[in-house]
Design a protein around this ligand. Structure first.
Ligand SMILES: [Fe+2]
Ligand SMILES: [Fe+2]
Length: 300
């Protein structure tokens, strides 16, 4: 049995400029994560708010991660490495675009990532961390495809942008990967679809907890915004034939979207999803019985 902590959207800011209180929230939440005794911590992007323009931010958040005392895997979010030139030009202070190749970007340098896709084996699964930018200038998608074709194990993908939107109503009905990696999304989907029932796709970006089984069999989960809210993370228990998960409450704000003027009738439910999603189980199909895949959630 192995434990994995899935964190996202820490939005580390030193000094705090956009989300006040985030540093305190992260310091307190680090204690909770340590107490859960994970074997691995995975972070699905937006480690910082303005690290794309101020790479010194990465030093602070890297120390926060190293103080957890366990191995970790990271991918950049749009605030760590601008997703495309248009957003970079529009938001140069928070989503700066870097024209350098991957290995020369400040994010890759700060975390010592020579390749945009890194793979780690944990028990029966492979975990693949995929850095994505629009138009795939780093060649991440072919690298991912090659890594997948070498394995017939279950694959946990770490990426920043969800493959599909996570809510039917409100701001998250339209906020997703679209304005960020629209041109690369079809190729990403196409690379995962053939092994959909062996894929658990973990993402962030939307600052909301969600669990969705997509039409091609992929199970997509998103974690909250650990620093700015909703301060939610996932704890996974990995066994030989399945993964169970439980939603965890962090020390930061419990909601996020109202601060952007969103009118939400039940804000907590909007950010945390229905109680039936707060814990569950993902059981993968082997390469032989993909057609009879069983993916279920507990009904609690
Ligand atoms: Fe974010
Ligand atoms: Fe983001």
């Amino acid at each position: 049995m192995w434990r994995i902590a899935h964190l996202s959207d820490l939005h580390w800011e030193n000094p705090e400029r956009y989300f006040s209180g985030g540093q305190d929230a992260l310091r307190l939440t680090a204690r909770q994560v340590r107490q859960a005794l994970p074997d691995l911590v995975v972070v699905t992007g937006d480690l910082t708010t303005y690290g794309s323009a101020d790479p010194a931010q990465f030093i602070g958040v890297r120390q926060w991660l190293e103080d957890l005392g366990v191995p970790y895997m990271v991918v950049p979010g749009n605030h760590d490495l601008g997703a495309n030139r248009l957003r970079g030009a529009t938001y140069p202070d928070t989503e700066r675009y870097h024209s350098e190749p991957w290995a020369a970007t400040p994010f890759a340098q700060a975390f010592g990532l020579s390749e945009p896709v890194s793979v780690r084996r944990l028990g029966p699964i492979r975990i693949m961390a995929v850095a994505l930018r629009d138009g795939d200038p780093d060649g991440s998608i072919p690298r991912l495809q090659a890594a997948i074709s070498e394995e017939d194990t279950p694959v946990v993908i770490l990426a920043h942008y969800p493959l599909e939107t996570v809510r039917a109503t409100g701001p998250l009905a339209v906020f997703g990967a679209g304005d960020y990696i629209a041109h690369s999304l079809p190729a990403l989907r196409a690379s995962l679809a053939p092994i959909g029932s062996r894929v658990l796709y973990l993402a962030g970006h939307v600052h909301a907890a969600s669990v969705r089984r997509l039409a091609d069999g992929i199970t997509q989960m998103t974690a909250g915004g650990l620093g700015p809210g909703p301060s939610q993370w996932w704890l996974f228990h990995l066994g030989e034939s399945d993964i169970t998960y439980q939603s965890q409450v962090g020390a930061g704000p419990q909601t996020f979207w109202e601060r952007f003027g969103a009118q939400l009738s039940d804000s907590h439910a909007y950010h945390w999803g229905p109680p039936a999603d707060w814990q569950g189980r993902w059981a993968w199909a082997s390469a032989d019985d993909e057609k009879t895949a069983v993916n279920e959630r507990s009904t609690r």
